[in-house]
Ligand binder design. Sequence first.
Ligand code: MF3
Ligand code: CO
Ligand code: CO
Length: 314
Amino acid sequence: MAKRKRRNGPATDIAPSLPPVAAGLLSPMRRVPPEISRPPYAITGDPGLSVSSLIRTADEIDAMRRTGAAAAEILLGAGAVVRPGVTTDEIDRVVHDLSLKAGGYPSPLNYRGYPKSVCTSVNEVICHGIPDSRPLAEGDIVNIDVTLYRDGVHGDTSATFLVGEVDTASVKLVEVTLESLERAIAAVTPGGPVCDIGRAIEAHAGKHRLGVVREFIGHGVGTEFHSNLQIPHYFDRRMTTPIEIGTSFTIEPMLTLGGPDAVVWNDGWTAVTIDGTRTAQFEHTLLMTEQGAERLTVTASGDCAHEQVRAAFV
Ligand code: MF3
Ligand code: CO
Ligand code: CO
């Protein structure tokens, strides 16, 4: 008798995360002192059409290393305040203040009208969660996505943190999501096709019966927050765009316990899984070099919040 082929794709019998995340109240827009240099969209909210090269100059690479390191420090600072009872608005305040203290501008603020300085995505929120008065609860998972603009360039990085004691399935989700980012970073080669990234992520997620979100993807990042380069986290062999040396981009896989389909709340930002199951994400800004993808969003000593999270897995 032929062995039944193991069905792939995410599990369909996962319970939604309860209680569902509900929107809280927004605090007033935070201010940025005039001496901080702002990205062009800060006033109007409109980044316009992407015009920047995908390849960075030597000066831009230096700036991206510095800004990336500063973004990594800010994410570490944000992760340090995660505990039950802390509101996501408090995390926004911490990220906002650390960004200014670093001499930079929190890139999300007024990007396409986004009202806050960081994204905080709890449980079934896939990405772009808006910080508000909701306190983190024991057992939550929360992605904090920091982007800093300084010296004319952006550094974009995120981690999903465990809030107190978290159930085994959610810890596994967070762990496999981080592993899938690491595998994608290892898979991409100078001049190699962008689909190597999605192949590595989808293979690892599939092995663990986790879904891969398709509606939100990685992107070119540098002098612009989001450039024209698209980095899907799912595998599509037609995506043959080569990642040339000097390209700066993100990889930011979002994995789901259940189905990967997304719906956006009426606030125009908060993306949640349709089936209400939990989701996790990790992100680095990378530079393609002769030796492969270099992580730009690590501190001067090579640290990042991903290690902070990993230490909580045991
Ligand atoms: N940091 C997000 C990313 O990884 C983008 C957030 S856009 C915002 O691409 F407006 F929501 F902040
Ligand atoms: Co990004
Ligand atoms: Co980001």
